[in-house]
Design a protein around this ligand. Structure first.
Ligand code: PEP
Ligand code: MN
Length: 267
């Protein structure tokens, strides 16, 4: 592959990304939170539960790339301000999606990690824009992207000057209809072999339903994932988006214990 900056061949050591006291690529990375930033009181309640689990990263989208134009599109600037308050009140680092380069300044002022979603993995102008940012980027795999296409998307960010890219497998489109997407477990060891970038897994968007999240998460850790991004909610029926796949924080606590015992089994 021509892409060299992302390649393990030209950079044999694992990339490590330090954010606060946490080193992604060295420490197992937990990211949890609701799909969307919700009203301030709900978001703070969920953030407190994430902080109580000693998870360093809170995820929630203020700008949402929804499949249907009739679905909730996110709180926008108001949501970014709520995330700012989450940082101050709970000491959490924030992961949030940037769907448009025009929003980069606003979001970078608050985000500790910029998320590029599956629907934007191939948006080269957006990749170039976050490549010029100093903020680490969590780049999700496009739902129909091969690993080569995915790594080329990551290369766009590195070549533009930002070395701090985190890969995240979140499921791909197959003929199966029992999951929202098919989690490509083999992508975990394959990406780790091909690239030095940290490899996380988001089992929530692959699962689509609460009951599948824990089994997929455990499989991902057993396969060598260096972290997990999980959607949570304590009132999933009323979640603004993706409530069907949001697990309760108590369930996440149980999952964290099991995943502790699975780390390192693939090596
Ligand atoms: C999300 O993380 O809420 C999201 C929209 O994910 P994806 O881009 O993987 O669909
Ligand atoms: Mn979601």
């Amino acid at each position: 592959m021509q892409e060299s900056l992302v390649s393990r061949d030209t950079h044999p050591e694992d990339t490590r990304i330090t954010i606060g006291n946490h080193v992604i690529g060295r420490d197992f990375t937990w990211i949890a939170g609701p799909c969307s930033v919700e009203a301030a009181d709900i978001t703070f309640r969920l953030a407190e539960q994430v902080a109580n689990l000693e998870i360093p990263f809170f995820r929630a989208g203020a700008y949402k790339p929804r499949t249907s134009p009739y679905s909730f599109q996110g709180l926008g600037s108001e949501g970014v301000e709520i995330l700012n308050q989450v940082k101050q009140q709970f000491g959490l680092a924030v992961v949030t999606e940037v769907i448009d380069a025009a929003l980069l300044d606003e979001i970078s002022a608050v985000a500790d990690i910029l998320q590029i979603g599956a629907r934007n993995m191939g948006n080269t102008r957006l990749l170039k824009a976050v490549g010029q940012s100093k903020t680490p980027v969590l780049l999700k795999r496009g739902m129909s992207a091969t690993l080569e296409e995915y790594l080329q998307a990551a290369e766009y960010i590195l070549v533009a000057g930002n070395p701090n890219v985190i890969l995240c497998e979140r499921g791909i489109r197959t003929f199966d209809t029992h999951c929202r997407f098919t989690l490509d477990i083999a992508a975990v060891p394959n990406l780790r072999r091909l690239s030095h970038l940290p490899v996380l897994v988001d089992p929530s968007h692959a699962a689509g339903t609460q009951t599948l999240v824990a089994p997929l998460a455990k499989a991902a850790v057993a396969a060598g994932a260096q972290g997990l991004m999980i959607e949570i909610h304590d009132d999933p029926k009323n979640a603004y988006s993706d409530g069907l796949q949001a697990i309760h924080p108590d369930e996440l606590a149980e999952l964290m214990k099991v995943c502790d015992t699975l780390q390192g089994v693939s090596t």
